[in-house]
Design a binder for this molecule. Structure first.
Ligand code: IVH
Length: 689
């Protein structure tokens, strides 16, 4: 086939699948099939560089840096919203709206999530992204088009033809999962971690080098339009609800806010389907309550909800004050921050030797969760924030993730507290710490460091890894101290010390027998768990699953070369080279051989034992009482099915236990069949547990 035609075809296919995946949350093909299409396009473009066009999906990885930002004047000002913090303030908003519109009864509102990211304005001319700009001061922002092109959910080209100009507004944000992943990568590289997803997203938009933005894996959700000048609209163009005369200029893409979002979704934008129309203040309050409930389970952070009069004509009638629209209000959640005393700063040594300062706090409730420890990220942060032992500090749970110290309240500082000293030697093994050129993190370079070994072992035996029940952190420390264990393989020699173990105080015969049985049982854990347990840098739970599924055996993985690793879906260059290095390392090879000799033979990605769940996708949510979620997911795989983390139209069953939240609601709204644990068990052949 002619490369030009093939490239065009691939682009169209890729755009289509990106839309299915990111916007509709309903993919039609597997990740690896998608990766194949993407690689083919990259290959065609590499072989024929003249065919590369700026809006090719391959260009989402970023382009050469720009020298400086240019200013962008917004065609329509980007205003902010009035805030309401409680029910009373919402009731008075509703009263003002009804008064302004002169209505007695209930007004229809459109209730949306308030995304916690950075706002952006995207101008499309004749269907192509022409300019993307930050909000700036509302009148003028910065032109960040090069960066916006790397953001998922921002199409370079609209999915439907649209002659003229349309400005789409929305929020660029970082998903919680991306935040964790990107921070893990940064900390592994010794770079400063992001304080929260919002900063990471806002900072990501303001990079001169868009390849940096691409690395942050940002997403976009649309919430409205700015200027609309669509010319030549014909009634045949399904985009318009109002029958605009042909060739007239139309200033809306729908007559309501909900219609606007539907149109934006059709045009290819990420639009969340948690938003909904509500009638009157009571339903409005109900939505606020509902959003609060689903907040934790959302894949991104929200800091409230935005409530808008749904009808656009009514919006026009209400108009604006100097600082925001009269037809909308932001209901903001109280910041998840609290004030407490920092008793001590101690140093934690991570699995890879990275040193992290951690604040030991007077326990305090932050957004309903008691916090007694918070991270200070690294010693540069400690200096920058000027936090000292004995200070009163503000603690926050940033974007629903690990609690962190925001900074000290200097007014409350009691006299001259000493400035904390950055350690020069490892608190665990006294080895001199090192800092690699250009890195923020300091590390303990000693691979025999007991703290690192303890962390490695604790990780290995963890619930999502080898799942050795009864092997908590305290026991790991104690056994290391006694010299009963020294490294990972030594766990499997513990049975030789059965008598000595029983002698230990608070450790009776029964618990020793149980522990040893649990250790024995872990020898045949499925390969993905084993791979995750090894603690290979960059290889998390999902990565381990991908590797096991594609390469099938530990032997194959041990001998896989760089290209073979890179061919595994979701394994990038960095990860591939980390894996390769890990398996080439003499100590690691020795440990693997030892484990094997001790009978640790992970169960290889077996072919399914039956096709009961073939072609089916199951999602587990809520508390399961008869088995762990991991075990349930393994059962699904064993019977040929796929377990997924989120509900979409392609989900076959949602298995919901007590406490199920938004996934259950979503299943119900999509008409996905919901089972309880017993109904799920009843599907399986008898005795298959
Ligand atoms: S509508 C006229 N809808 O909140 C203002 N804003 O305080 C129109 N935001 O800067 C804004 N989610 O960045 C709107 N669903 C949503 C939103 C949202 C987040 C942000 C937006 C704006 C700020 C307003």
């Amino acid at each position: 086939m002619d490369p030009n035609a093939r490239a065009a075809e691939l682009r169209q296919l890729i755009e289509h699948h990106l839309y299915r995946y990111h916007v509709l949350n309903s993919p039609e093909i597997s990740d690896s099939e998608f990766d194949r299409l993407f690689r083919e396009l990259q290959d065609v473009e590499a072989a024929h560089p003249e065919l590369v066009i700026p809006d090719s999906p391959t260009q989402k990885v970023g382009a050469a840096p720009i020298d400086a930002f240019t200013q962008h004047r917004h065609a329509v000002r980007m205003l902010s919203l009035d805030n309401a913090f409680d029910e009373e303030e919402l009731r008075s908003f509703d009263q003002r709206v009804r008064k302004g519109l002169g209505v007695e009864g209930a007004v229809e509102y459109f209730a949306e999530l308030k995304f916690d990211g950075a706002s952006i304005s995207l101008t499309y001319v004749n269907g192509r992204l022409e300019t993307a700009a930050t909000r700036g001061d509302g009148t003028t922002g910065e032109n960040v088009t090069h960066n916006a092109k790397t953001v998922r959910g921002i199409p370079h080209r609209l999915l439907k033809p649209l002659p003229g100009k349309v400005e789409v507004r929305g929020e660029v944000l970082m998903l919680k999962a991306s935040f964790e992943q990107v921070n893990e990568e940064r900390s592994a590289r010794g770079e400063q971690v992001f304080a929260n997803p919002r900063n990471a997203a806002a900072g990501g938009l303001r990079q001169l080098d868009s390849r940096m933005t691409a690395q942050r894996k940002l997403d976009f959700f649309a919430y409205g339009v700015g200027i609309v000048e669509v010319a030549g609209a014909t009634p045949a163009n399904s985009l318009f609800e109002e029958d605009a005369a042909p060739a007239a200029t139309v200033r809306r893409i729908a007559s309501t806010q909900s219609g606007t979002l539907d149109r934006l979704r059709e045009l290819g934008f990420g639009v969340r389907d948690e938003a909904r129309a509500v009638l009157g203040i009571e339903e409005l309050l109900e939505y606020v309550h509902h959003a609060r409930e689903i907040r934790e389970s959302l894949p991104f952070g929200i800091d409230g909800v935005v409530l808008k009069v749904n009808d656009l004509t009514a919006q026009e009638q209400l108009g604006f004050t100097s600082h925001g629209p009269r037809w909308a209000v932001a209901f903001k959640y109280p910041a998840e921050q609290a004030f407490t005393r920092l008793n001590r700063i101690f140093t934690q040594v991570g699995r890879t030797g990275a040193i992290t300062p951690v604040a030991d706090l007077e326990p305090v409730s932050v957004g309903g969760v008691t916090v007694s420890r918070a991270t200070l990220h690294n010693y540069d942060e400690v200096r920058r924030k000027d936090v000292r032992e004995g200070d009163f500090v503000i603690v926050q749970r940033a974007g629903d993730v690990i609690p962190e110290v925001v900074g000290p309240v200097l007014d409350k500082r009691d006299g001259d507290l000493p400035v904390p000293q950055e350690p020069t030697h490892c608190p665990a093994c006294a080895t001199a710490l090192v800092r690699k050129e250009g890195e923020v993190a300091i590390r303990c370079p000693n691979r025999q460091c007991p703290a690192q070994i303890a962390m490695k072992i604790s990780h290995f035996v963890g619930r999502k890894m080898m799942d050795i029940d009864g092997f908590g952190e305290k026991l790991v420390d104690r056994l290391l101290e006694l010299g009963f264990i020294t490294d990972i393989p030594s766990i499997y020699r513990l049975h030789e010390r059965q008598a000595e173990l029983i002698e230990l105080d608070r450790f009776g015969e029964q618990s020793v027998t149980k522990l040893l049985a649990n250790i024995e049982a872990s020898k045949t854990r499925p390969l993905p768990r084993f791979l995750f347990a090894l603690g290979i840098p960059e290889v998390g739970e999902r990565g381990a699953q991908d590797l096991a599924r594609e390469l099938r055996t530990l032997e194959a993985l041990r001998h896989a070369d760089y290209d073979a690793l890179l061919a595994v879906p979701n394994i990038g260059e960095r990860t591939a080279s980390e894996i390769q290095q890990w398996f080439e390392d003499d100590e690691n090879r020795k440990a693997l051989d030892e484990l094997q000799a001790l009978g640790v033979i992970p169960t290889e990605a077996e072919s399914p034992v039956g096709d009961l769940f073939a072609g089916k996708t199951l999602v587990f949510t809520g508390r399961l009482e008869k088995f762990t979620r991991e075990a349930a997911e393994e059962l699904v795989a064993k019977w040929g099915g796929k377990a997924a983390g989120s509900v979409s139209k392609n989900t076959t069953y949602v298995v919901a236990g007590p406490g199920a939240g938004s996934k259950l609601t979503k299943a119900e709204s999509l008409g996905v069949e919901v089972l309880d644990e017993d109904q799920f068990l009843a599907l399986l052949p008898p005795g298959s547990l």
